[in-house]
Design a protein around this ligand. Structure first.
Ligand code: TYD
Length: 202
């Protein structure tokens, strides 16, 4: 089973993923916890490039999109596909929906560009995607509390509003794959809701 986790900054993805990781382990399942952009040494280098605020030039939106997919191609081939083939559960912190929400809805790139990349380079989509949804302000203040802000976290509220509406659009179009979790609830309740959806899927 391939499960991805989505949402704007600071909505509690990491906490949920860790709880589910422990749950699957306790069930005796082989489970792989990974993230995007990143998940392999090379893809993590691309991540550093993407998140760094120390560039002498501004990163173009197209470059940002292509780097996301360069990292994803590496991650799929080296980590995700082999794990799924070996019957493992894969928990992935962000996947293609982040590209739609951030690069298309947020940055304004066309859907056609993204579609072209998805059609050609993404051979496997998640079985379930959890969208942890909360008002953007809440998440941004949590992100600020965590310390130094990366290149995305430095964006304005209006950017994250667009990103959130991007996730909402996917949720409307693909209700079977994407499940919305109310991220304003306690971490325990969010975990309970997620588990219910997984058991329902199984
Ligand atoms: P992440 O580490 O999950 O950020 P956080 O835990 O702070 O929410 O992801 C890094 C950033 O990369 C995040 O701001 C969203 C962005 N991103 C994209 O813009 N497009 C993508 O396709 C992916 C996977 C991530």
């Amino acid at each position: 089973m391939f499960i991805s986790f989505e949402g704007t900054e600071g909505v509690g993805k990491t906490t949920l993923i860790r709880s589910l990781y422990e749950y699957f382990q306790q069930q005796g399942q082989d489970v792989v916890l990974t993230r995007e952009p990143g998940g392999t040494p090379m893809a993590e280098q691309i991540r550093s490039l993407l998140l760094s605020v120390n560039h002498d030039e501004q990163m173009s939106n197209d470059t940002e999109l292509l780097l996301m997919y360069a990292a994803r191609a590496q991650h799929l081939e080296q980590v995700i596909l082999p794990a799924l083939q070996a019957g493992k559960v894969v928990l992935c912190d962000r996947f293609t929906d982040s590209s739609f929400a951030y690069q298309c809805a947020g940055r304004g790139l066309s859907r056609e560009k993204l579609q072209l990349l998805n059609d050609n380079f993404v051979v496997k989509m998640p079985d379930i995607t959890f969208w942890l949804d909360a008002p953007t302000e809440l998440g941004m203040s949590r992100a600020r509390e965590r310390g130094a802000l990366d290149r995305f976290e430095q964006e304005k509220v209006s950017f994250f509003e667009k990103v959130r509406s991007g996730f909402a659009e996917i949720y409307q179009n693909e209700p079977l794959r994407m499940k919305r979790l109310d991220a304003t609830q306690t971490p325990e309740q969010v975990f309970k809701d997620a588990l219910e959806q997984i058991q329902h899927k199984l």
